[in-house]
Design a protein around this ligand. Structure first.
Ligand code: ADP
Ligand code: MG
Length: 395
């Protein structure tokens, strides 16, 4: 039995969010907005090196039913613990838990002078994005609310306006939820183009759509949520980040992006571990550029080997894979995928496999049975045949 996670329709999401809103608050919301989770095709662990990544928006989204309040207060509801408070009380670590991702967005928009001091909201959340699977349910949540608030407050929602909202969402995640992430997730969730991947340049926050019409070419992207148990990996992200920064300063460049662009040889570093870390970043940025060129000229299947090379680099040079991710990648390749890799931060989370549409079920079966035979937890699957669009109003 293969476990498929469905993307809900606009109407399904809007109805569910509205029903939760009515049950929790009574009355009707002012509207319902939604923003997508994401999966990164290639360009992993390079955002904090000023690098390039190539994510797509998932068809799986998080919806928020929202009503504006005029007293500067917030009430947020989902399947998790409810939270009520005032915008003025929001601070690093407060509220704790999931509510920080919502309260932090309104806090950041206030701080940036985008909202009047009395602006508050009641919010009900429903999501089709699996939580904590490395598919950015956190950014989907932030971006859905940021877009809703922008719409309710009459703020611009052209690409420049969306970029400003994305930076508020990053601030919410880093400064209130205290998760030290880069800006790729919020960029794709707010600034995606449907049917395209997005080249996100972390050196200057610019984005550019890149064609990614899978269905039109008889292909699909199989997303494998390994459901790997949470490991004690706190601090690993920060350590990788420090290594990348140390490598850049030892090489005398402002970032490893500069090293990649200038063809600097990272093998001159003294410490062999630092060489491996830097080699991952520099070669990964090169792979993103190659993938972008192949996609732009319609040679979709040829990015497969780049995905697989990215996995090998993340596994062997960057040391962020794990048995569940390695099993999924090996099984997908064995079943005929054009390429496969872990995606997201690593140590669990999700993998992707680029496959022929007619092979989706078979590859998923093989990945499941490989997990079973290794005594690993059964994965769940998402099938993407069309890249999703950006945050939008549903009703
Ligand atoms: P990822 O973003 O990869 O899914 P994170 O650990 O960054 O994983 O974010 C997951 C956290 O975001 C959850 O633990 C929860 O606090 C919050 N979150 C995400 N989606 C929802 C949701 N639909 N309802 C409530 N909280 C959510
Ligand atoms: Mg996240």
């Amino acid at each position: 039995m293969t476990d498929w996670l469905a993307a809900l329709s606009d109407a399904g999401l809007a109805d569910a969010a509205t029903a939760l809103y009515r049950a929790e608050f009574g009355g009707e919301p002012d509207g319902v907005w939604a923003a997508p989770g994401r999966v990164n095709l290639i360009g992993e662990h390079v955002d904090y090196a000023g690098g390039l990544s190539l994510p797509i928006a998932l068809p799986h989204r998080t919806a928020v039913a929202v009503r504006r309040r005029g007293d500067g207060r917030l009430r947020v509801r989902s399947g998790l613990a409810p939270w009520d408070g005032a915008v003025a009380d929001v601070a690093p670590g407060n509220p704790p838990g999931w509510a920080a991702y919502l309260a932090g967005v309104v806090w950041a928009m206030h701080r940036d002078g985008l909202l009047g001091s009395d602006f508050g909201v009641d919010v009900a959340v429903v999501s089709a994005v699996p939580i904590g699977a490395g598919l950015s349910s956190s950014a989907a949540l932030e971006c859905a609310l940021a877009f809703a608030v922008a719409d309710l407050a009459g703020l611009p929602t052209d690409d420049r306006g969306r970029a400003r909202l994305a930076s508020c969402c990053v601030a919410a995640e880093n400064e209130i939820a205290l998760a030290p992430t880069g800006g790729m997730d919020q960029a794709i969730s707010l600034r995606a183009t449907a049917g395209h991947a997005l080249l996100v340049d972390s050196a200057d926050d610019s984005v550019a759509p890149v064609p990614f019409d899978l269905a039109g070419r008889g292909m699909a992207l199989l997303v494998i949520d390994t459901r790997a148990p949470h490991r004690l990996v706190d601090g690993q992200y920060a350590r990788r980040r420090t290594s990348v920064e140390t490598a850049a300063s030892s090489l005398g460049v402002s970032s490893l992006r500069v090293a990649a662009d200038q063809g600097v040889d990272v093998a001159v570093l003294d410490d062999p571990e630092l060489v491996r870390r830097a080699r991952h970043v520099v070669t990964e940025i090169g792979r993103v550029r190659q993938a972008q060129i192949l996609l732009a000229s319609g040679r979709f299947r040829e990015i497969g080997p780049l995905l697989t090379a990215s996995h090998v680099s993340l596994r062997d040079d960057f040391d962020v894979s794990c048995p569940e991710l390695d099993s999924a990648v090996t099984a997908a390749l064995g079943a005929g995928a054009h390429g496969a890799r872990m995606t997201g931060g690593g140590f669990g989370g999700s993998a992707i496999a680029l496959v022929e549409a007619s092979d989706v079920d078979r590859v998923a079966c093989e990945v499941s049975s490989a997990a079973r035979s290794r005594g690993l937890v059964s994965p769940a699957f998402l099938c993407v045949d069309v890249a999703g669009g950006p945050a939008t109003r549903l009703r």
